[in-house]
Design a protein around this ligand. Structure first.
Ligand code: PGA
Length: 272
């Protein structure tokens, strides 16, 4: 069963996961971090950057792999995920931009683009901790409902639903790209640890389906049920459709101190 941690709000969730990542990074300076974009992970990146600065944790051997990227935006477009990650991760943590990898379509060989990204992940030794958001439709990365649970990095067409959701970052819906490149569900499952974050009532249904619903390609996020080490950090609103909150709360409250609270480290309880 996934470890589900119910926190007060996005800030508390970010503090908890940021602390765990910082502790892990101190122990493992060559950590390979799977990076999600969107609004959800922002509080985690902010907390991580603050701790890294305050505690002078070295980051020069950290590597990041983005989950996904739009296809067709001009280089340097502020809403490309590379630029978002430069603003939210590279700059605040003081990384060199070359430490972050983002899936890229090879114009001469689009078909092979996914393989190239997978090979880069393998060459780095695989992702240690993959951060994940969840779309209202239950997508992870840009793996929309119906995506194969064994899929690998590839070029996909975005659903209307996701384009509408993401249009808030663009001037108009027409400006939202039609295509994207995303790690597959199978790629995500190869990470050593998964940490899914969700805040707000709009995520409640997707979270319930992902954690307690049947394993199904109709809800790509339900694939997290197949992973041995997964922690889901949600606020009360995102947890509101879960049935087994009592067991999640008591598992969290009674977790012995010698066990790490997140599988990736030992954040301090006061942070949550
Ligand atoms: P959000 O997006 O963090 O902006 O809500 C999450 C997602 O669509 O995966």
């Amino acid at each position: 069963m996934a470890e589900v941690i119910i926190v007060e709000d996005a800030r508390a969730g970010g503090a908890l996961v940021g602390r765990a990542l910082a502790d892990q990074l101190r122990e493992q300076p060559d950590l390979v971090l799977g990076l999600a974009t969107g609004s959800t992970p922002s509080s985690t990146y902010a907390a991580l950057a603050e701790i890294v600065r305050a505690e002078s944790i070295p980051v020069d051997r950290l590597t990041g792999f983005a989950l996904d990227e739009y296809v067709g935006l001009p280089a340097g477009h502020p809403e490309s995920y590379r630029e978002v990650l430069i603003r939210e991760v590279v700059a605040p943590l003081g990384l060199d931009p070359s430490q972050i990898h983002v899936p890229e379509m090879l114009p001469d060989d689009p078909q092979r683009s996914g393989e190239v990204y997978e090979a880069a992940i393998d060459a780095a030794g695989g992702v240690d901790v993959q951060l994940l958001g969840i779309g209202r439709s239950g997508h992870i990365g840009f793996n929309e409902p119906g995506s194969s649970l064994a899929s690998r990095t590839r070029i996909k067409t975005l659903t209307e639903h996701t384009r509408v959701d993401n249009s808030r970052f663009f001037d108009s819906l027409d400006d939202v790209p039609i295509q994207c490149m995303t790690q597959g569900v199978g790629t995500i499952l190869r990470a050593k640890r998964l940490v899914m974050l969700a805040f707000g009532a709009a995520k409640a249904e997707g979270i319930a389906a992902a954690i307690e619903g049947p394993l199904t390609a109709a809800v790509p996020a339900s694939a997290i049920q197949l992973h041995e080490y997964v922690t889901v950090v949600v606020d009360e609103a995102a947890a509101s459709r879960l049935e087994h909150t009592d067991s999640y709360r008591s598992a969290w409250a009674h977790k012995p101190a010698w066990q790490s609270l997140l599988p990736i480290g030992a954040p301090r309880r006061s942070d949550g």
